[in-house]
Design a binder for this molecule. Structure first.
Ligand code: TMP
Ligand code: ASP
Length: 236
């Protein structure tokens, strides 16, 4: 597979075209951003760890019969993926209250949520990723009703799979964000799953083990990502 030109540079990953029009290469960089790109820092080894972490989680999801974008990991920081037509919304599931839910609704951090909640956000940094609902998505043509229904059901199914996986490794899956796209007419899980896009707390101590360490200046960001990977058995 030949890497060709840069197609898109996101906050933490760069997307390259390849000699196959249906395939792209994702490069996971060390850049770490918070507050919609307002703060960006390079954290040594973060790209490599997220690439390996993402590969591990996507394989677990595929093993449960859910199609993902990932084809194979090519190097420490690169993965080959299917070229999806991305849907510009983020799907967020929460098992415990944290982050924007606490700010928006005045809920205390750490409150267990039963049932788990599902929220859509528009992927738009300039607008600070505003929350949107099914009607907005339909009326502005971001996705069809069938795709909306499928994004919800797949995201909730992934929550069941990953909650158990993290629980067995001594962590609470507090919340996470997924993005989907369309490949040959099918809805497929895209983007990444890494500690950059979820919240993980130690089950006993509730130590934060995700990007909140960076957002909140708690330190030991990459060291903690490595601890999460090691607990799960991700080979680094
Ligand atoms: P929030 O509490 O800021 O709404 O975030 C909920 C979860 O989604 C949290 O694990 C972080 C993740 N997330 C992203 O990864 N990128 C984003 O742009 C947003 C809004 C959330
Ligand atoms: N992913 C967004 C950003 O980088 C939001 C966040 O993670 O805080 O700015």
């Amino acid at each position: 597979m030949q890497k060709q030109q840069e197609l898109y540079r996101g906050k933490a990953k760069t997307v390259f075209t390849t000699n196959d029009a249906d395939k792209l290469i994702l490069e996971f960089r060390n850049d770490t951003s918070a507050f919609d790109g307002e703060i960006i820092e390079q954290l040594d080894r973060k790209g490599e760890i997220n690439n390996k972490f993402n590969h591990f989680i996507m394989q677990k999801i595929e093993a449960e019969g859910i199609e993902t974008q990932l084809i194979e990991r090519l190097s420490d920081t690169e993965s080959l993926v299917k070229k999806l037509d991305m849907i510009p919304v983020e799907c967020v599931v929460r098992n415990f209250a944290a982050g924007s839910m606490c700010k928006r609704l005045g809920i205390e951090e750490g409150k267990a949520l039963s049932p788990s909640t599902f929220e859509f956000f528009l992927k738009n940094d300039a607008l600070h990723d505003p929350m949107v609902n099914d009607f907005h998505i339909l009326v502005f043509g971001w996705a069809t009703q069938a795709q909306i229904d499928e994004m919800k059901s797949i995201t909730l199914k992934i929550n069941q799979i990953l909650k158990q996986l993290f629980d067995q490794a001594g962590m609470l899956l507090v919340d996470f964000k997924l993005e989907f796209g369309v490949f040959e007419g099918r809805l497929v899980l895209g983007d990444e799953f890494s500690p950059d896009g979820c919240r993980l707390w130690d089950k006993e101590t509730r130590k934060k083990m995700d990007k909140d360490r960076f957002r909140q200046g708690l330190g030991s960001v990459v060291e903690t990502y490595i601890e999460v990977a090691q607990r799960l058995g991700v080979k680094l």
